[in-house]
Design a protein around this ligand. Sequence first.
Ligand code: NAD
Length: 453
Amino acid sequence: MSREQQAVARARKAFETGRSKSLEYRILQLKNLQRLFTERQSAVSDAIKKDLNKSEVGTQLYETLGLEGELSLAIKKLKEWAAPRPVEKNLMTISDTVYVKPEPLGVVLIIGAWNYPWAVTIQPLIGAIAAGNAAVVKPSEVCVHTAKAMEDLLPLYIDKELYPVVTGGVPETQELLRQRFDHIFYTGNSMVGKLIMEAAAKHLTPVTLELGGKSPCYIDKDCDLSIACRRVAWGKYTNCGQTCIAPDYILCEPSIQDRVIEEVTKSIKEFYTDNPKTCPDYGRIINQRHFKRIMNMLEDSTIAEGGDNDESDSFIAPTILRDVKPEAKVMQEEIFGPLLPILPVNGLDEAIKFINKGEKPLALYVFSSDKKVIKRMTDETSSGGLLANDCLVHYSVSSLPFGGVGNSGMGCYHGKFSFDQLSHLRSCLIKQLKMEGVNSMRYPPHTLKKLGW
Ligand code: NAD
């Protein structure tokens, strides 16, 4: 038996003991996870610093604070989420007990990505534990130090039989995917998402796919450009652009392009000084492969700001590209790096048309002081999430479902949505063995007389 097979078999055996079903046990595991993030904050931050050059405060802000919030919420609300949910009845079932009962699915496979490695791996795990499942956790191998930290730390805090960590790259993940799971929760790019779905289909395993894509950002000329551009610069250059919901590119009218460049540049300097390379708040590209991929995208575009780079340090400066054409290299795939192309368009109609020609994105941003512009963007486009006059922050709202649509993914999570996503919502109807007379009309022979017609 391979290491992966053994981990899955052990998790299933542990699930079959029934211990993960007890609400007390689930809460205990969630509290243990909470303890991990309090007691091991520096180990968590150190690993991310080595992988992505994130500062300790940055790690707390963008990774662990959110996890702590999700953990507290799940601990507080678990009894309510797991309780039977009574539903409306019809005439035939008026005296019955009719409800939805959330029940665990079984063994869940969680495959994480590298860009916010704790957030995108542990957040689904919180949902899996809360919903009473066993879960095999496969962190991204790209984040070498964080994957190792997860492998070392998780077994010290949570049930290692129920929630084993399996490290490794493509061959190990493929071996895992040959096993039978009751749900697969994958975060990563859309191309691999298709492979995950294909593997899952062999066992009819349901999937949640948290994917990416090119998230557009329309800046209307009727808006405070200084505020809008500061928020866009924050959304774009945080984690060096390696954020699934980063604004990928800007659409705006040609008349405001220069102002947008000027204001985004001002914010870059405000956030990261004149020399981002030495600024502790500016990250690095995860590895050489991604460095080369991003640098290749620059080939046929005009740099308005930035462009400095250093391969030996995986550094690419915050960069703005002007007058970018839809055919440019940078517009052919998700950038996932610190390049911000500006595509001039002649107003809202053209922006909407352009957005609707592409795949449905994970996030869509619109900046405007005009409510009608925001309403039209909301009504006439589709995306996983929509945010007006800010970037990224919808991710932090546990009461909003987080997920994609179409090419940006399927299923959603965060807060109660994670619990529901990883539960089977079982329909239950409990009838008494009485009042048989009421049922007579449904039994043959079917006559009009029985129906009283
Ligand atoms: P990655 O390279 O870490 O891959 C993700 C996972 O897939 C890893 O665990 C990896 O081992 C596994 N994997 C890779 N190739 C595989 C294969 N051929 N077969 C089986 N498994 C395989 O991460 P990535 O894909 O570079 O992540 C970046 C992408 O993820 C971006 O598109 C980004 O937008 C998206 N993303 C989405 C979210 C979200 O919440 N929707 C969050 C973070 C990242």
